[in-house]
Design a binder for this molecule. Structure first.
Ligand code: ADP
Length: 163
């Protein structure tokens, strides 16, 4: 059983995230979508809301689980016996931060259990410029985000922003 962890904020989950989950399932037997419990980042949706939205968005898809985690990602990944971490790579702008994080996680995992590798997947090009931040900004200003998130999430965003 090859398990991968797909960690992130998912505030809220977008079609770009879901595209990455689908691609990861082609490679791994199980993908655990791991919602980070907030440390410094303030989020629009609570962890519970984010988990519920992801669960609904992936419902019926075999091999996906949704959980929350806090603390070091490498410790969490080890506790789940994960073979790899999944991250999405959209543009060059993602690269520097992701590269730092992947090497740090590899370093941190080295001592106890061998290397924990990070696998980067590229979404369909139509999601290259999509981020949760952009979706929230457009929704806040009353724009249509229907192409970028499942319709029930577009409705939840409207509700959050009192529209
Ligand atoms: P984080 O705060 O950890 O960056 P995000 O929810 O913003 O959390 O992103 C989680 C992961 O999903 C990151 O690897 C990010 O690059 C990736 N991701 C975000 N949006 C997209 C998208 N539109 N297409 C592909 N990957 C994405």
């Amino acid at each position: 059983m090859r398990i991968a962890i797909y960690p992130g904020s998912f505030d809220p989950v977008t079609e770009g995230h879901l595209d990455i989950v689908r691609r990861a399932l082609e490679i791994f037997d199980r993908v655990i979508v791991a919602v980070a419990r907030p440390h410094q980042k303030s989020t629009l949706f609570s962890v519970e809301e984010r988990i519920r939205m992801i669960q609904k968005a992936v419902s019926g898809r075999k091999g996906v689980r949704v959980e929350s985690f806090s603390g070091l990602l490498v410790d969490y990944a080890r506790s789940k016996k994960a073979a790899a971490i999944i991250r999405g790579l959209r543009a060059v702008s993602d690269f520097e931060y992701e590269f730092q994080m992947a090497l740090m996680n590899r370093h941190l995992s080295r001592k106890s259990r061998g290397h924990l590798e990070t696998v980067y997947l590229m979404p369909d090009e139509k999601y290259t410029y999509l981020s949760s931040t952009m979706v929230k900004e457009v929704a806040r200003l009353g724009g249509d985000v229907g192409n970028f998130v499942p319709s029930f999430i577009a409705a939840e965003l409207k509700k959050k922003f009192g529209r």
